[in-house]
Design a protein around this ligand. Structure first.
Ligand code: SAM
Ligand code: SF4
Length: 328
């Protein structure tokens, strides 16, 4: 079992399989992109598979595949196929921008993918373009339509941004009227590939909830254990919605997750600077036991929460990376 120095059991690995992406969402990357990691420095799929396999024997049972855009990496479907066969991995989820996803949905269903988080910040084509800087709205909506009629659970990730998509909150909620989806409103974080906080999080969780409750009668749902979202339903609607306090960080106390970046750096907190290079450990010829011990040693020194992690990193480097190098 992987347990940190604060007594939190870790059973969830978020794996960013690439830092490459075909979109340029302004809250994630500058217009001209980020400096991509050299291919040789990215974890190979064989290395990722080994890490998952080793960690699955230590209690990791849930995986999220993210990026960058996971479906731009060649070999991703074969990789998912292999991971889906690891006995102790009970749940595989994916976060995607939905541009190259539609034609893979049937295959993903066959692999038993439990849920897909589709990033969709606006239901208006022009606003979508202004946010993502790419003209792919129709592709993403086609993916949405196919996903809701599949057996895969669908969640929509919408980063809430003042002056950008506030007018989309209501249409997003209306999607949950007939579709069994969960719309998740995410507080904007400063990981946009520059050293500046985008919208200074003008839309924290409380403001999102109070804005919604001015228009709708909402009921609080019981949040699943370790949930990062605080979940609600509009009376009579089929789906639900949640708020993810990613910036105000209200969920750190029960955090059960670790992250691996595309170059194999372990992050024990979204806000830390990366704590060890698992890639270097693997490439030094470490045995499986040594790999596990590196994870355990690192978790023994884990920060208490995202505020402590941010404070520690401030001494060395303020936040300037893109979410594409972290995975969200
Ligand atoms: N490319 C895929 C996608 O967009 O779904 C997966 C990677 S993306 C980095 C994962 C999630 O992080 C997306 O839902 C995106 O909206 C979210 N995200 C990226 N930058 C963010 C930021 N600065 N603040 C809050 N969420 C962010
Ligand atoms: Fe790409 Fe996802 Fe970042 Fe948008 S949020 S630029 S789709 S990695």
């Amino acid at each position: 079992m992987l347990v940190d120095n604060h007594g939190r059991t870790i059973n969830y690995l978020r794996l960013a399989v690439t830092d490459r992406c075909n979109l340029r969402c302004f809250y994630c990357m500058p217009e001209n992109g980020i400096k991509y990691v050299d291919r040789k420095d990215l974890l190979s799929f064989e290395e990722m598979y080994r890490i998952i396999n080793v960690l699955s024997n230590e209690g990791i049972s849930k995986i999220r595949i993210t990026g960058g855009e996971p479906f731009v990496r060649k070999g991703i479907m074969e990789f998912l196929e292999k991971v889906s066969k690891i006995n102790k991995i009970e749940e595989i989820n994916i976060t995607t921008n939905g541009t190259f996803t539609e034609d893979k949905i049937a295959h993903l269903e066959d692999l038993g993918i439990k849920s897909i988080n589709l990033s969709l910040d606006s239901l208006d084509k022009q606003r979508f373009f202004d946010i993502t800087r790419r003209d792919v709205f129709d592709d993403v909506m086609a993916t949405y339509a196919k996903l809701v009629s599949s057996s895969i659970q669908v969640k929509i990730n919408m980063v809430v941004m003042d002056g950008r998509n506030i007018e989309d909150i209501q249409p997003m909620l209306e999607l949950t009227k007939k579709d069994d989806v969960s719309v998740r409103f995410i507080e904007e974080m400063p990981f946009n590939g520059t050293s500046g906080q985008g919208n200074k999080t003008l839309w924290p969780m409380k403001k999102i909830v109070s804005t919604i409750s001015e228009k709708y009668q909402i009921e609080k749902l019981v949040d699943p254990p370790f949930s990062t979202s605080s979940n609600y339903r509009i009376a009579g609607y089929k789906g639900s919605f949640g708020i993810i306090a990613a910036y105000t960080r209200t969920f750190c106390g029960s955090c059960n997750r670790i992250r691996l970046t595309p170059q194999g750096t372990l992050k024990t907190c979204l806000y830390d600077n990366g704590v060890i290079s698992v890639r270097d450990v693997l490439r030094s010829g470490a045995t499986d036991l040594e790999v596990v011990n590196h994870f355990k040693d690192t978790l023994n020194k884990r920060v208490k929460d995202g505020f402590e992690a941010e404070k520690n990193r401030d001494l060395n480097s303020p936040i300037s990376e893109s979410m594409a190098t972290i995975g969200g």
